[in-house]
Design a protein around this ligand. Structure first.
Ligand SMILES: Cc1cc2nc3c(=O)[nH]c(=O)nc-3n(C[C@H](O)[C@H](O)[C@H](O)COP(=O)(O)OP(=O)(O)OC[C@H]3O[C@@H](n4cnc5c(N)ncnc54)[C@H](O)[C@@H]3O)c2cc1C
Length: 218
């Protein structure tokens, strides 16, 4: 899995801080750029839960070599924009798939898994050779098939995404993605994402009610 933050709103923390300040100011928004204590104002409004101001900041990620199983879960997050590699316009003649760690650990299972993938791709190529359109041949490709996707999300939506997907009980591949995305955005917007993570961290609540989890709120 490759995850790269390829773009974000310039001044990602100053812009939402100005938005927060504007609500209580007689000044024009553009005149607030040099206002004192912008960072403190942003930290304070976030503490109060006024997270609409951070919708003014967005982040774009390039994500490659993840499974279609991951992207199916990812695109359920509606407050975002996506572009995904097409299985209609791109043919995937060479096997390219993700293997879950539980299968990698089991030599016998790994062999069976790889054998299955070889058969799937052999049949896929056979369908293409028989003149079946790419859009129909792809029907036999697995959830494990690799894909590339670009996503743009605003900071508020990202906080929701991290609450749901950084959780220990989120599926392992999307959890790995969420943790990598969080690491990237923390570098450029440390105030916004200071306390980001699963709800056991942000709200001291476990929505999954997993009492055996080591992170279960005390
Ligand atoms: C551990 C886990 C297991 C899951 N299992 C399943 C499953 O078995 N089956 C399944 O179908 N899904 C499953 N999901 C997906 C889940 O139900 C959500 O669709 C997904 O996490 C997106 O979350 P979201 O709606 O908060 O995000 P977004 O779509 O980005 O929405 C963000 C927020 O905007 C608001 N919002 C967005 N759209 C609307 C709307 N139309 N009306 C009102 N408010 C809206 C809500 O407050 C929402 O929280 C699972 C998710 C997790 C984390």
């Amino acid at each position: 899995m490759n995850v790269k933050l390829i773009g974000f709103t310039p001044n990602p923390e100053k812009i939402p801080a100005m938005a927060a300040m504007l609500t209580h100011s007689k000044n024009k928004p553009e005149d607030l750029e040099k206002a004192p204590n912008l960072n403190a104002v942003l930290a304070e409004v976030l503490k109060l839960g006024h997270t609409s101001v951070i919708e003014h900041t967005s982040f774009t990620f390039a994500i490659s070599d993840v499974s279609r199983s991951l992207t199916h879960q990812l695109v359920r997050h509606r407050i975002a924009s996506y572009a995904q590699q097409s299985q209609r316009y791109v043919d995937f003649k060479e096997p390219n798939y993700v293997t879950p760690p539980t299968i990698i650990k089991n030599i016998e299972m790994k062999e069976a898994y790889e054998e299955t993938m070889t058969i799937i791709w052999k049949q896929y190529n056979k369908l293409l050779e028989m003149g079946i359109p790419v859009e129909d041949s792809r029907f036999i490709l697995p959830n494990a098939a690799c894909t590339n996707i670009m996503i743009t999300m605003n900071a508020r939506s990202l906080l929701n995404f991290f609450e749901l997907r950084c959780c220990q009980h989120a599926q392992w591949e999307i959890r790995e993605l969420a943790n990598k995305m969080l690491k990237e955005v923390k570098k450029v917007a440390p105030i916004i994402f200071k306390n980001a993570g699963p709800t056991c961290k942000t709200k001291n609540i476990c929505h999954e009610n997993k009492r055996d989890c080591p992170l279960y709120p005390k």
